[in-house]
Design a protein around this ligand. Sequence first.
Ligand code: SF4
Ligand code: SF4
Ligand code: FES
Length: 364
Amino acid sequence: MNVELKIWRYDASTGERDLRPYEVDVPDEATLLDTLDAVKDKVDGTLAYRKSCRMMICGSCGMRIDGGAVLACKTRIADVVADGHVPVISAMGNLPIVKDLVVDMDPFWQKMRAIQPYLSPRLDRATEKENIVPQERMDVIHKESLCINCGCCVSECNSMESDPDFLGPAALAKGFRFVGDARDGATIERLERYSEEHGIWDCTRCYFCNERCPKGVDPRDAIAKLGAEAMKAGIDRDMGAKHAKWFVTSAKTTGWLRETELVPKTQGIVKAIKEIKFAMSLLPKGKVPPPFPPHVAADVGESRALFDLVKDQGRDGAAGIVQGEKALQHLGHHGETIEGGPTHPYDDPRSFAKPYLPDEEPVT
Ligand code: SF4
Ligand code: SF4
Ligand code: FES
């Protein structure tokens, strides 16, 4: 199979960048990594890229193809070049380029170190020797444990692009891997630390990290679980936490988002007063609904019933976060029945969110 591709080259000694075309013959089953190997072996030995395992385990070969991060060893090139498409290969985003497709991973590891990526044992090691954890309790952190530190999520993170100090999807997903670990004894300290500036609440919820992660870690969902656990623990100083809380209160009490009260509830009265001039400019355009009397939706009962349902099912904290695209399927609140299940989806135990962080003490 003949493959044409273009590669952004970068010369560290001069700072020059150049988009160069290449053409190589590779087997039909070749991956992008195999194709780069062919370029390096047969066309241009100066091309720089990272690789090791060639089987989606080591996390070395993250790079962008047509602007989206992938693992080169997981990407079958035949699928990409179908219909004559000529892909553009470049280094990952949000990390400094060292040469060609090689990025400096130091900022990635700094964030990883910042979240304390190791267990802080709950047990007294002097007197308790064994901490047996049931499989279902380890399942709570199964997805987050799949991370191979490739950086594909970081490459695409919108929040990191505007705030390089943001802890980022990979480090925060790792954070939940320890917050959710029954053997860890530093849950509150971790939640406090991750809730600071540049932490959980600085995520823009763009979901690009979920989309690009090649291992199904779903970092955005891990961040949502951290946020829910922080709120459950009463750690809600950040504006993001206050904002989320007001959404729930507003939806529960009126069935609407009461936007007029959103700013004071989120930012405080002083900041809200400073925004009055801006609010007044929106008034003639009909963008500021009068706060009194609050507009209550005709079917607000449904909104309140949903709130009560979530409460009754004990879905506060991470237990209320269902994984990305499967959320509606798990919640089943579209009135759809689950195949083979009872008529009402709420009656089906399979419609419950997975209990990510049960309250029980770990089995010791
Ligand atoms: S969802 Fe959050 S962490 Fe994930 S890419 Fe977007 S801003 Fe970054
Ligand atoms: S969360 Fe996924 S994309 Fe991010 S570093 Fe881990 S494996 Fe890679
Ligand atoms: S070479 Fe190891 S993940 Fe691709």
